[in-house]
Design a protein around this ligand. Structure first.
Ligand code: BEZ
Ligand code: FE
Length: 294
């Protein structure tokens, strides 16, 4: 028998027999990944001891997950999100030095071609919702302001929907914008206070959450992609710490360092100083980027 022929399959040696069959793999990384997956999968099956019916239920669940996918709906990513795997892969690939802003999931609602707007613009195009001013600085881990940092921001509206989910109801590019910092690294823009919302729950992943007694909600947040020459890009959010779902995000995206205070401001001097028309929520949050090669 050659190395890839390790005898007949038994319940006891199942994983080793299957893994050894890959001994002549041309792609060493693929063989490593499939080997690890095979061992863990066989261990799980041995622990679960599924009935034939249960195994078929699992196959049908994955089949339905695949059928749910199209150009704008990726049910497998959603499955990875609710199992915490997206956040785990994000954590492994974005280990940061102390003081750097932390990353979180991208999510499915980013669009590539949002308009670049003058600093201070209002990204809310339909005047719906409670006014919000977001401001802060983009800094390096050394504490220096970053000039020409690109800030790509997007958020759900006051009812918890992104523009792309409500075509014809919300204006195109509502609550999205791209801003560029100047030499002082500061940014500010207007929006509306976001609201919690459910992840798309009308497919097999939603059904699975329901069967597990889990809700599909994400706490209110603003999404950011930050990019600057010579710095590692950062994909992240800031979250409302007072949101009812802040401790139970359906996709595990919340981190302590990403909590930002949404302060209700009624003081007329501050309203005037900040160019707002009346009471508003103020959110102040600095982001710290890591120089490339650190
Ligand atoms: C989002 O925040 O846009 C999101 C993230 C993961 C799954 C669904 C939505
Ligand atoms: Fe979101």
């Amino acid at each position: 028998m050659s190395t890839e022929e390790q005898g007949y399959f038994t319940e006891e040696n199942s994983a080793e027999v299957v893994v050894s069959r890959n001994a002549n793999a041309q792609n060493a990384r693929l063989a490593e990944v499939i080997g690890i997956l095979t061992r863990h999968l066989h261990a799980a099956v041995k622990e679960i001891e599924p009935t034939q019916e249960e195994w078929m239920q699992a196959i049908l669940f994955l089949t339905e997950t695949g059928h749910m996918c199209n150009d704008w709906r990726q049910e497998f990513i959603l499955l990875s999100d609710v199992l915490g795997v997206s956040m785990l892969v994000d954590a492994i690939n974005n280990r940061k030095p102390t003081g750097a802003s932390e990353s979180t999931v991208l999510g499915p609602f980013h669009v590539e071609d949002a308009p670049e707007l003058p600093m201070g613009s209002n990204i809310c195009l339909d005047q719906k919702g409670e006014p919000m001013l977001v401001k802060g600085r983009i800094l390096s881990t050394g504490g220096h302001p970053i000039d020409q940092a690109k800030i790509d921001v997007w958020q759900a509206n006051d009812e918890g929907f992104y523009d792309v989910q409500q075509k014809g109801i919300q204006p195109d590019f509502n609550l999205r914008g791209v801003f560029r910092t100047g030499p002082d690294g500061s940014y500010h823009f207007k929006g509306v206070k976001p609201k919690y919302y459910p992840i798309p729950a009308d497919g097999p992943v939603g059904k699975m959450l329901e069967s597990l007694g889990r809700h599909p909600y994400r706490p209110a947040h603003l999404h950011y992609i930050l990019e600057a020459d010579d710095f590692e890009p950062l994909i992240t959010h800031i979250f409302d710490p007072d949101d009812p779902y802040i401790h139970s995000d359906a996709v595990f995206g919340v981190k302590e360092s990403l909590l930002a205070r949404f302060e209700w401001v009624e003081d007329v001097t501050r309203i005037a100083e900040n160019g707002m028309d009346g009471p508003y929520y103020e959110v102040v949050h600095d982001f710290v980027l890591v120089p490339k090669g650190t």
